[in-house]
Design a protein around this ligand. Structure first.
Ligand code: NAP
Length: 284
C-alpha cells in the first residue's frame, strides 16, 4: 500500500505556481490577486479563509480578505462582489460557504464574474466542466485528479465509484474522472446496496461527510481509495470518511486525512487564480 501524500504533491505544485506567477509578473507586471469574502463567524470557515490567505502570501499572490458580520445583507454582499468584479488588482473572487440564512448562495455565486470564478461554482464554470472545456476546475475534485496524476494512476478504462453527489465535490469529481476515460458510477444516500458498487471500484472516491463511513468489507483488494471527508471524531481530531486502519492494508494507494486531499484543494485554488491572472494578461 502506498500513501498518496497530498502535502508533498501540494508543495511541489505550489512551487511551480510560485515560479509561474513570478514569470507572469516579470513579463506583464500583473501580480495574481485573490479576494476572499467571509460572512459570519463560523470557526471552520474562518480557519479555511486564514489558510487561503496564508497560501496566497506563500506563493507571492496579492490577496484581500473581507470579514463581514453575520448580519450582512445580501445587497451589501452583492455590491461588494460588483466592486471586486471591476477591480483590476483582483483576478479571482471566492465567497466562503456556507453563507448565513438571509443570503441566497446561488444568487451570490452567480454574481461573480465568470472570468473571476476561481471556485468554479458559477453556471458558466459548471457548464464548461460538463463539456470538458474549462479554465477553472473545481478545487477539490481537481486536487484529486492532480494527486492521481502525480502517482501515475491513470483512470482510463478503470471503474471509478464516487460516493457523494454534491455540486462542489461528487458531481464534478465524477465528470473529471469521466473526462479521463474512467467508467464512473455515482452513489448517494438513496443508492441500494452501496457495497455492491464499491466492491467493484478500481478507484473509490468517498465524499460523504461521515467519519468511518467506508469499511474494509466495502473495498476490493488493490483499490485506489481517495478520502475527501473532513470530519471531527469524538476526541475532536480531524478524520476522513474512511476507516483508514482497516481499509489501508487492502489498497494499492490511499490518501491519509489529514495530509491527503485537503492540501490539494487550496493548491488548486491558487492554480485557478494564476490561470485567471494569465487570462487577464492575454486579454490586455
Ligand atoms: P454534502 O454536500 O453533505 O454531500 C454528501 C453526499 O454524501 C451527498 O450526496 C449524500 O447523498 C451522500 N451520502 C450521505 N449519506 C450517505 C450514505 N449513507 N450512503 C451514500 N451516500 C451518502 O458534502 P460535501 O460538501 O460533498 O462534502 C463531503 C465531505 O467532504 C465532507 O466531510 C466535507 O467536509 C469534505 N470536504 C473536504 C474538502 C477538502 O478539501 N478535503 C473539500 C470539500 C468538502 P444525498 O445527495 O442523497 O443526500
Amino acid at each position: 500500500m502506498t500513501l498518496l501524500d497530498g502535502k508533498r504533491v501540494a508543495g511541489e505544485v505550489r512551487a511551480r505556481i510560485q515560479t509561474n506567477a513570478r514569470e507572469l509578473t516579470e513579463q506583464t507586471g500583473i501580480v495574481p490577486g485573490l479576494a476572499v469574502i467571509l460572512v459570519g463567524d463560523d470557526p471552520a470557515s474562518a480557519t479555511y479563509v486564514k489558510n487561503k490567505e496564508k497560501a496566497c502570501a506563500e506563493v507571492g499572490f496579492y490577496s484581500e480578505v473581507y470579514r463581514l458580520a453575520a448580519g450582512t445583507t445580501q445587497d451589501a454582499l452583492l455590491q461588494l462582489i460588483d466592486r471586486l468584479n471591476a477591480d483590476d488588482k483582483i483576478h479571482g473572487i471566492l465567497v466562503q460557504l456556507p453563507l448565513p440564512k438571509q443570503i441566497d448562495e446561488t444568487c451570490v455565486i452567480q454574481k461573480i464574474a465568470p472570468e473571476k470564478d476561481v471556485d468554479a461554482f458559477g453556471f458558466a464554470s459548471v457548464g464548461k466542466i460538463m463539456i470538458g472545456s474549462f479554465d477553472f476546475l473545481p478545487c477539490t475534485p481537481a486536487g484529486v485528479m492532480e494527486l492521481l496524476s502525480a502517482y501515475s494512476i491513470d483512470p482510463c478504462g478503470k471503474h471509478a465509484v464516487v460516493i457523494g453527489r454534491s455540486n462542489i465535490v461528487g458531481k464534478p469529481q465524477a465528470m473529471l474522472l469521466m473526462h479521463q476515460n474512467a467508467t464512473v458510477t455515482i452513489c448517494h444516500s438513496r443508492t441500494r446496496d452501496l457495497a455492491h458498487y464499491t466492491q467493484d471500484a478500481d478507484i473509490l472516491v468517498v465524499a460523504v461527510g461521515k467519519a468511518g463511513f467506508l469499511t474494509a468489507d466495502m473495498v476490493k483488494d488493490g483499490a485506489v481509495v481517495i478520502d475527501v471527508g473532513m470530519n471531527r471524531n469524538a476526541e475532536g481530531k480531524l478524520c476522513g470518511d474512511v476507516d483508514f486502519a482497516a481499509v489501508a492494508p487492502k489498497c494499492s494507494y490511499i490518501t491519509p486525512v489529514p495530509g491527503g486531499v485537503g492540501p490539494m484543494t487550496i493548491t488548486m485554488l491558487l492554480q485557478n487564480t494564476l490561470t485567471a491572472a494569465r487570462n487577464r494578461a492575454k486579454s490586455e
